[in-house]
Ligand binder design. Structure first.
Ligand SMILES: [Zn+2]
Length: 271
């Protein structure tokens, strides 16, 4: 191991020991989070380290007179950690490179006005929509969420994970384009990714045009970037729905997030 790597690791481990989320606060916070049920005790400890690092590195700022409790901060940092879990290596080096393109999360108490205009691009796909929102991501800048929407809830078939949605946009932006294609791992195929996402996006749009009821959030049909962000919400909250409707997308997301929520649920139910 290179000396610089060893020094970096030493500094990180020391900082982490000092800043680890206190155990009691950690348990109180995650007791409210059904998203965490599928992780083993050891994995939860890794999530705790990762969430501690997120709290150290990123600012979580309440706005509009909202007040955040320590538990709410831990819940938000842990949601970030769930998404990063397979991407990072929490025991040796958290590698928060995957979230280097944002520094803060602004937390509104309830839905907010985005102050934007409705804009369509040259292909007629919606690029931005004026109105009330629960979350927002800007190319440069942080993430905005509203707590009413982001707070933990029982897992539902109609997934709703506003912070995971906005973080997916940030991952998507890492390679410069917001097109539903984040930087893929070296063992993944760009062709397989595009094939899975494009056909599923088209299928959803066709179903909606035919007036069919769909079990998937129709907002995903807005454009490929939204399809990826909404798929990420389903992947973590309603993996069985995503796998049934768009199995190829589900498979690509297991490769990308390096987690398989369905396998974890199955092994959980066997116990
Ligand atoms: Zn979005």
């Amino acid at each position: 191991m290179r000396v610089t790597t060893r020094i970096r690791r030493f500094i990180f481990q020391r900082r982490l020991r000092k800043n680890k989320i206190p155990l009691k606060l950690w348990h109180q916070s995650i007791a409210q989070m059904p998203l965490l049920l599928r992780y083993s005790g050891r994995e939860k400890m890794q999530l705790r380290l990762l969430a501690s690092e997120v709290l150290w590195e990123k600012a979580i700022i309440p706005v509009k007179g909202f007040e955040l409790t320590d538990e709410m901060r831990v819940v938000i940092a842990t949601q970030v950690a769930v998404l990063l879990f397979g991407l990072a290596e929490p025991e040796t080096d958290p590698n928060l490179n995957w979230i280097h393109n944002w520094n803060q999360i602004l937390v509104y108490p309830t839905a907010f006005h985005n102050g934007r205009k409705t804009v369509f691009n040259a292909q007629g796909l919606l690029q931005s929509l004026a109105g009330l929102e629960s979350g927002e991501t800007q190319y440069q800048g942080g993430i905005i969420i509203d707590w009413a929407d982001d707070q933990p809830h029982p897992l539902r078939k109609h997934a709703n994970q506003v912070l995971l949605h906005e973080m997916a946009h940030k991952l998507d932006m890492l390679d410069g384009d917001t097109n539903g294609h984040p930087p893929l791992h070296s063992n993944m195929s760009h062709q397989a990714w595009f094939e899975a996402f494009e056909t599923s996006f088209e299928t959803l749009n066709r179903q909606l045009q035919q007036g069919k009821l769909t079990a998937f959030n129709p907002y995903a049909a807005t454009n490929p970037a939204e399809f990826f962000a909404v798929s990420t919400e389903y992947f973590f909250e309603a993996p069985q729905v995503l796998k049934r409707l768009f199995p190829k997308v589900y498979h690509q997301l297991t490769l990308f997030y390096r987690q398989d929520p369905l396998l974890r649920v199955r092994s959980l139910s066997k116990r």
